[in-house]
Design a protein around this ligand. Structure first.
Ligand code: MG
Length: 161
């Protein structure tokens, strides 16, 4: 396989957590006693994916495309932002080969929600579910993740021209 048209991208994000659910993650609302705080809907996983695909195509990042000073982005659906970023990536001539993501959250357990999250991400990006992987890691009870002060996500993506 020729590697000339391959591009790797990395996205990271974090959001503070506050009392009261649900938790928006990976484009779905998960019943939980905390939610993520942000200007948009604070979907940490979709934000990491958005930055990964934009970064792989060397395009402007999520903060440049959707500034948090812009009232249009208040409470904005991150699925819409990801779809718009994906359109830019496609317009630059790239398609997604696969995504691999890690969510760092002490609670809730991701395993029971993984299939639904992968399905939703695949739907937003018009991918097969096999092209989307999501893993959950706890903070082992220590640090900001372990104390449930923050939720974090990372994503790597491979694009092909
Ligand atoms: Mg964010």
């Amino acid at each position: 396989m020729s590697t000339t048209g391959l591009r790797i991208g990395l996205g990271e994000d974090s959001h503070r957590l506050a009392e009261g659910g649900p938790l928006r993650l990976g484009g779905i609302d998960i019943p939980h006693d905390r939610h993520a705080i942000g200007h948009s809907d604070a979907d940490v996983l979709l934000h990491a994916i958005t930055d990964a695909i934009l970064g792989a195509a060397a395009l402007a990042d999520i903060g440049e495309l959707f500034p948090d000073m812009d009232p249009a982005n208040k409470n904005r659906d991150s699925a819409e932002m990801l779809r718009m970023a994906h359109e830019r990536v496609a317009a630059a001539g790239y398609r997604i080969v696969n995504l691999d993501c890690v969510v760092q959250a002490e609670q809730p357990k991701l395993v029971p929600r993984k299939a639904a999250i992968r399905k939703r991400i695949a739907e937003i990006l018009s991918l097969d579910i096999e092209q989307v992987n999501v893993k959950g890691k706890t903070g082992e009870g220590v640090g900001a993740v372990g104390l449930q002060e923050v939720i974090q996500a990372r994503c790597v993506v491979l694009l092909v021209k």
